[in-house]
Design a binder for this molecule. Structure first.
Ligand code: NAD
Length: 330
């Protein structure tokens, strides 16, 4: 019998890859064919947990699949994805960052295009409802401030904080500002590890938008906040709490749906109001949404929320920031 289910496999079932396997296992219309990991004990354990098969060779798994999740350490993303797309005609969902270098990202994009293969990249925050709710607004930001702080853990410290944490916010920033980067100024410091643990970047775009991004992995509490300012609108987005608050300046608050509070004021002899909204947002498991998006994209029913080109563009900015910081520290 020919199965109509989308056949998928997971390469790398460590901390994050186990969750890819879990979501495929529970996703309707999807057949988790198996998993592969260089650590066979770990691979066997996760395969057993999700009632699937452990393969001793990635090629044996890839040849049976329509789509492959690449959830290995970043240094191997390129080789694994290249094999999946190039040798076995698979669509790929690569965890962020897409690859280590721009050249590698370009190679994968060039490989996938003529084969009509999807490259989806796990910039998970883009599925955050606190960010997606802004799709209803006509955004033209003048200033964006982003802060991402995390308590120190060993996980992820093999790369500078810019490549581990700031890349999420660079991807968000590039999705919010529809203009090219004009200039970057960046600085950073090492506090615990031998690489950069705290970084700040000030990015200016050709359309005049300015942004300031701070990322730290030496913090007491987790913080993931965005403040966005534009003419007659100010919003604070809390990615961790999945909440968004919007303040709009308007002559007529009744035209704005879901206003919770208004504050009148007079400007240049005109009566105006600050209208406050805090939309009710449905919470979801964001990785579950990404997996659903990948399966839907393979089936041709939707498009990846973050594709290979967007991930490559975020990587390019991040690499520039990182090089600038390293130069500054010399
Ligand atoms: P991890 O070290 O916990 O797991 C990696 C697994 O891959 C391990 O089980 C390891 O044995 C296996 N492995 C290593 N090389 C392999 C290879 N060549 N082929 C097959 N298996 C291999 O790492 P992790 O925290 O799960 O991170 C994996 C990837 O996910 C990284 O690229 C990381 O940047 C990314 N990540 C993304 C997010 C996010 O928010 N989107 C969060 C955490 C990690």
């Amino acid at each position: 019998m020919i199965s109509e289910k989308t056949k998928v496999g997971v390469i790398g079932v460590g901390h994050l890859g186990q969750h890819h396997a879990k979501h495929y296992h529970f996703q309707d219309g999807t057949n988790l064919v198996g998993v592969y990991d260089t650590d066979s004990n770990r691979g066997e354990e996760i395969a057993k947990q999700y009632n699937t098969k452990f393969y001793n060779k990635p090629s044996d798994l890839m040849k049976l699949c329509d789509g492959i999740s690449v959830v290995t350490p970043t240094e191997s993303h390129y080789n694994v994805a290249k094999m999946a797309i190039g040798d076995f005609n698979c669509h790929v969902f690569i965890e962020k960052p897409i690859t280590e270098t721009i050249q590698q990202a370009n190679d994968l994009i060039a490989l996938a295009k003529p084969k009509n293969k999807i490259i989806q990249v796990g910039h998970i925050e883009r599925l955050n409802p606190a960010l997606r709710v802004l799709e209803q607004y006509d955004l033209n930001p003048k200033f964006i401030e982003i802060q991402r702080l995390a308590p120190y853990t060993v996980r992820g410290t093999d790369v500078p904080v810019v490549l581990d944490l700031m890349i999420h916010d660079i991807d968000i920033l590039l999705s919010l500002v529809k203009s090219d980067v004009k200039s970057i100024h960046a600085s950073g410091v090492s506090i615990i590890t031998d690489s950069v643990d705290i970084a700040n970047a000030r990015i200016r775009f050709n359309n005049g938008t300015v942004s300031s991004i701070t990322s730290s992995r030496v913090a007491k509490d987790r913080v993931r906040k965005i403040k966005l300012f534009q003419e007659n609108l100010y919003t604070t987005i809390d990615l961790l709490m999945e909440q968004t608050e919007i303040y709009s300046i308007t002559n007529d608050p009744s035209l704005i749906p879901g206003v919770l509070k208004t504050e009148p004021f007079t400007q240049n002899n005109t009566d105006k109001h600050i209208a406050y909204q805090k939309p009710d947002l449905e919470k979801h498991d964001l990785l579950g949404l990404e997996i659903k998006n990948f399966i839907g994209s393979i089936k041709g029913q939707e498009k990846p929320i973050v594709n290979g080109v967007e991930a490559r563009n975020a990587l390019e900015v991040v690499i520039k920031i990182n090089n600038m910081i390293l130069e500054d520290l010399k």
